[in-house]
Design a protein. Sequence first.
Length: 367
Amino acid sequence: MNNAVLLARTIDCLPAVEALLYVERERHDVATIAQRLGATDKEVRRTLIELEERYDELESGLVLKWEGGKVWLEPRHKYVQLLFEAEHDKDKRSEDLIVKFLSAKNLRQMTQKRYDGLLRRYAKWLSVSVDSATTDDVRSFLDHERQRGNCTNTIASKVHVLCSFYGWLFREGIILKNPMDRIESPKETKSHPKFLTYEEIEKMRETATGVRKVLFEVFYSSGIRVSEMVGLDRRDYNPIEKTLHIRDGKGGKERTAWISTRANMILQDYLKNRTDDEPWLIRSNFGKRMSKESVERHIRILGEKAGLKRRVTPHMLRHSFATHLLDAGTPIELVQFLLGHESVRTTQIYAHTNPHNTHYFYRRVFS
């Protein structure tokens, strides 16, 4: 005869129900428990209510769970965490969870790299594993990032990543309370894009040599993003059509970007002088695909050598591309297409950067 049934017949129902749920670790309905223990449904329900009250005590290591008429026992989460942390290094625990999260999200390469970098820095900053962090821990980390000089928009982006991470942990049942529930994301500010004047463009053009000349002319005449530049291969460049095939643009979209005749000639000369047969379009000094950081450094140094008083970035050249097209009267829908923007509303911000342009077109109608 079943040991649980024997137990129920020799002592009261409560310990028998508790023993059954604990030993078998399965989900049971009331009728099944009653049948197994030779008790009535009413007795089992009364017993489960008593057990639930007992496990509600904070010092209890177990919790009674109900779902859809089924009932079962689970160890209380905080004690599982304590046991795990006593046996495992908190950094290893955090790393395992981050890897599982990124694998489950199936993000694009650049997005995954950004998520991975932030989450690993966050995990290293914590004194506990990521699944043991509290709301106060998250707030302290975000304050630390602000003190490092992060702007409001950057903080908002990091809050988004952490919300995604902890939302996944919660849905997977790895945490029982989401520390991001009481974290408010700061309102992002919309600032006008920084662009270069025509004079600054010419100063950089006169200063540029070698691969920096290639990068500068391609960026300025195409408006592509730095992530798109480093992803280009030789096969993506068509010198006849003077086009670049962007295979993995923002949001995973493909598009065609045009380059100027000047950029086309410079790029052809650059490739002719290459002695390697590697597939990537822009090659680093180490014979590898040039990284995003290296491209940004080349453009920054070029700006410094040209005597510009502000830090120049590839994205500033993209802003200059869009602003100068609009200055020349290019329809905003075409600029949207060239930039690869999904919505024209994103492109409209460039229409407000040059007050002289607004005045010029107004006077063309109302002199």
